[in-house]
Every structure is written in structure tokens, then in C-alpha cells.
Design a protein around this ligand. Structure first.
Ligand SMILES: [Ca+2]
Ligand SMILES: [Ca+2]
Ligand SMILES: [Ca+2]
Ligand SMILES: [Ca+2]
Length: 479
């Protein structure tokens, strides 16, 4: 890019007039160094005789005590911070979630779980998992909660009682008296249990959790993709499908206020579910969740489901990928204002494996799809799957706000991409290489911290490590 720019400048110099050559060479030199303020000397700055101008590098170049402040572009840095715990079998970073600043020191806290991979779980042999609270300022562990049943598979934080934040984590294989039953435990930030939800049957309860905000309080969404209702009294199966429980905390106990059940027998739904704003103008916020076209299909779809309380699942729209996606379409779901030209929420679906026919050859890619809630496609962003990896981007996603618009952050083994839309075209804002051999899990803080930064956390459970990317929105001052 730099070489291209220089050759263009040089060409225009020679075309115009010989007398201008000196000025042009000077401007080439100016362009080659990093200085932006014309009154500063690069030599003096390097020699420490004048303050350097602030550039995006994670350092306080102008020596005013603030790092990367007031830059004209958002400053995004992959830091050297590497939180680690245990050995590679620990699975530290399996689930991560940002926690609103508990001790009010200006830095949001972080919850990180250590737990086995879902694919490694043998439901008949549950293992202990743990969840640690990490102080956002000191990055020290405040406490760790341990529990059986492969605890720590999923994490969610919300103001479920309307005031204090609570956190919940799934233990999908916890053994009960009647065999293997899952649990979801909800605790306060002293590490004390507030309530536990139990599965009615089968394995998989709470392998995915998310939060839905209402006016008064947050609700906890609990996925049970392989829900299996117990036989009725005469021994017949009533319905055997996936479901999502929408629960509220009332009088210290979580109870289900609404249940969304797959429409057909054996229909898996809700491997992923997120809450979105009202998409059909009935004043009630809706849900985005994964489903399948039929009970025997392995082609995953994404469904936009009405949030109106009802016994029946009411689908507003369904999205499917035209290419073969090995059932991984919708592996991550996100919503945000990704296009600053478009005054509406945009939905994003991750597909970490897409096989595309190109000139009679099958190409393996990973892809993120963008669409409006009405189903108008807004482009895609694709990345090649790295050699030796089984997936690419779209494995995990999160949304960060950088002022006027949102950036979608997506990652897969070896690669993290930050994407925005510009007139319905996906643009890569920034891209980072990640360590290979680990499927990243993303979480981000909602508000700027005391340093004026958003923290983007990258869990790498196969390496038992959590990495940090800092994002400073353009022209922001620390609080
Ligand atoms: Ca500074
Ligand atoms: Ca700097
Ligand atoms: Ca804090
Ligand atoms: Ca609605």
C-alpha cells in the first residue's frame, strides 16, 4: 500500500515540472515517517528533545500520562497480555463474559471458566469445572467457584433482580437422583449461590446461556437443544424437541415465564439464542435462534422468532445459507449497527465452514453473513480456512461500539477480524493473527473504562489462555 502511494506521488512529480522535484522529495520523506504534526522534528522527537505525537501503538508517545488518546481513527491494539491458568487440559477460557464494574473503580471485571470441550464430554462421567472472577484493574483472580457436571460450559451476567448483577453458568451433565440431569447455577459476586435451575430430562441443559433485557429486569435464556420431555402416564412420548426457556428471577427464584419448543418432533433448536430488538413493530423484543429445516436435516438455519408470549413457536423469518455449511451456519449470532449509513439493526451470522463450488473445485472457506431483519442481504465477508485447521472465522462473534457505529468482531482458529459495513459492503477494519490450534471465544466490555478503552477478550481454551485486544474509539479522552 505504501509502495503504491509513493510511486503515485513520484509519477505525478516527474510529470509536472522539474522545479517541483525538490518539494516532492521532501513530501515523500514526510510521508515515510510517522509524524503528523508539521511543527515537530522527527530527529528531535527520536532524540527525546521534543515530545512525539501520539500514535496508535499502546504507548504514551507525547508523555502526557494518557495512552493513544485523541487519535483521528479508532486505535486497536493486540496487547502482550496473556492470562493463563493450569495446563492445556484445564480449558481455561472455555467461556468468558464481561462483568459490569463490581467494585466501581472504573474497570469492568471478567468471568472466565475452565471446563472441557463440549465434544469431549461423556455425559455418564461428569467432570468438575470452575469459574473465576478476574478483577478488571489488577487482572488478579478474586475468587473461583468449582462445581461438578462440567460446570462452566456457558456464562451469562445480568441484572436479574433489577438491581444487583448476578452471574449464571451451566453444568449440563450434573448427576441427579434420576440419572444425568443438567443444572444452571446463578450466583452473586461474592460467589454465593442464589438459585439453581434443573433440567427435566436428558443431557444438554444450559450448554448455552444468554440474557434478554426488559424494562424492569433482565431475563435469563437457557438453551436445551436436546430437550426430551418425559413420557406421559400411558408411556407415550408427548413431544421430543429442542427448547429455550425464558426465565425471570422472582422472590429469589428463577422461574420460566415462557418456553419456546421446536415445532416438530425431534427438532433441535436453540443451540444458540440471542435477544434482539423488536423486528416486526409489535413493540416486543424478539429472538434470534438456531434451528433446522426438518428433524432429519443437518443443515442448520437461523430463525427470527417472535418474543410475544405464546405456547407455540412463532417464526417471523428464517435464514439459510445457499452453500454447504456442514451444519455450522449460525454457529455464532450477533446484532448491531454495523453500517453507519443505515439507521437500523443488522443481523450477523457466522459460518466457520462453507464449501463453495468454484470452477468444478470445492473450496473451503469461512464466512460471515450480514442481513437486515427483513431479510435483505447486506453482503458477506469470507476468509480461507488456514492449513491444518478445521474451521475459520464465524466460530465466535461479539459487537463493540466505537461511537457512531458498531464493529462486528469475529474469530476462528488462527484469525480474528473486525468488520464494519459501508453501504451494504463489508469492510475489514483490522485483522489479527491468533495462535493456531485453538478455537477462540470472544467477549467485550460495553462501556469505556477509566482509560477510555473498550476491552476485547479472546479466550483460547485449547491453550488455557485469555488474550486482550484494546480498542480506543477515535477522539475519546479517558474519563
Ligand atoms: Ca499521550
Ligand atoms: Ca501512542
Ligand atoms: Ca472494577
Ligand atoms: Ca416483535
Amino acid at each position: 500500500m505504501l509502495i503504491k502511494d509513493l510511486s503515485m506521488i513520484a509519477k505525478s512529480c516527474f510529470d509536472i515540472d522539474v522545479r517541483l522535484v525538490v518539494i516532492c522529495i521532501f513530501s515523500l520523506m514526510m510521508g515515510a515517517c510517522q509524524l503528523t504534526k508539521p511543527n515537530l522534528s522527527y530527529d528531535k522527537c527520536l532524540a527525546g528533545k521534543a515530545p512525539c505525537p501520539e500514535i496508535c501503538n499502546g504507548e504514551d508517545d507525547d508523555d502526557d500520562g494518557m495512552v493513544d488518546e485523541r487519535l483521528s481513527d479508532a486505535c486497536i491494539i493486540f496487547t502482550s497480555l496473556n492470562l493463563e491458568r493450569g495446563n492445556e487440559e484445564t480449558g481455561f477460557g472455555r467461556a468468558i463474559v464481561s462483568v459490569p464494574d463490581i467494585n466501581e473503580d472504573g474497570y469492568d471485571e471478567l468471568l472466565v471458566s475452565s471446563s472441557r470441550a463440549l465434544s469431549e464430554i461423556d455425559p455418564t462421567e461428569p467432570q468438575e469445572g470452575e469459574v473465576s472472577l478476574i478483577d478488571g484493574a489488577s487482572l488478579q483472580i478474586t475468587w473461583t467457584v468449582k462445581y461438578g457436571g462440567d460446570f462452566g460450559q456457558a456464562l451469562a451476567v445480568g441484572r436479574f433482580d433489577g438491581e444487583q448483577s448476578l452471574w449464571c453458568s451451566g453444568a449440563p451433565t450434573k448427576e441427579g437422583n434420576d440419572g444425568v440431569l443438567g443444572r444452571v447455577l446463578c450466583l452473586n459476586f461474592e460467589g454465593e449461590l442464589v438459585d439453581a435451575l434443573s433440567a427435566e430430562s436428558e443431557y444438554g441443559f444450559g450448554q448455552w446461556l444468554s440474557v434478554r433485557s426488559t424494562v424492569d429486569q433482565d431475563q435469563l435464556l437457557v438453551s436445551e437443544p436436546m430437550w426430551h420431555q418425559q413420557a406421559s402416564e400411558n408411556g407415550e412420548e408427548i413431544l421430543n424437541a429442542g427448547r429455550v426457556l425464558i426465565t425471570s428471577l422472582v422472590g429469589g427464584e428463577f422461574s420460566s415465564v415462557q418456553t419456546i419448543v421446536g415445532g416438530e418432533a425431534n427438532q433441535k433448536i436453540g443451540e444458540r439464542v440471542i435477544s434482539i430488538n423488536d423486528s416486526n413493530d409489535d413493540g416486543i423484543n424478539d429472538l434470534l435462534l438456531t434451528g433446522y429445516s426438518s428433524d432429519d436435516s443437518d443443515q442448520r438455519q437461523v430463525w427470527l422468532v417472535s418474543g410475544v408470549e405464546s405456547d407455540k413457536l412463532s417464526r417471523i423469518k428464517r435464514f439459510s445459507a445457499p452453500e454447504y455449511t456442514a451444519g455450522l451456519f449460525g454457529n455464532a449470532l450477533a446484532v448491531g449497527r454495523y453500517d453507519h449509513n443505515l439507521d437500523q439493526d443488522i443481523l450477523a451470522f457466522g459460518a466457520p465452514i462453507v464449501e463453495v463450488d468454484r470452477d468444478d473445485k470445492v473450496e473451503r472457506l469461512s464466512r460471515v453473513y450480514f442481513t437486515t431483519g427483513a431479510g435483505d442481504p447486506l453482503g458477506t465477508n469470507s476468509a480461507r480456512i488456514l492449513e491444518g485447521e478445521s474451521q475459520g472465522i464465524g466460530s465466535s462473534m461479539t459487537t463493540i461500539n466505537v461511537g457512531e457505529y458498531d464493529i462486528l468482531v469475529t474469530a476462528g482458529p488462527g484469525l480474528l477480524r473486525m468488520i464494519k459495513l459501508n453501504d451494504a459492503k463489508a469492510e475489514v477494519v483490522k485483522e489479527f493473527e491468533l495462535p493456531r490450534g485453538a478455537t477462540p471465544v470472544l467477549a467485550s466490555t460495553h462501556d469505556l473504562d477509566a482509560d477510555g478503552e473498550i476491552k476485547l477478550w479472546v479466550g483460547l481454551p485449547e491453550l488455557s489462555s485469555v488474550r486482550l485486544i484494546t480498542v480506543r474509539p477515535a477522539m475519546t479522552d479517558p474519563k
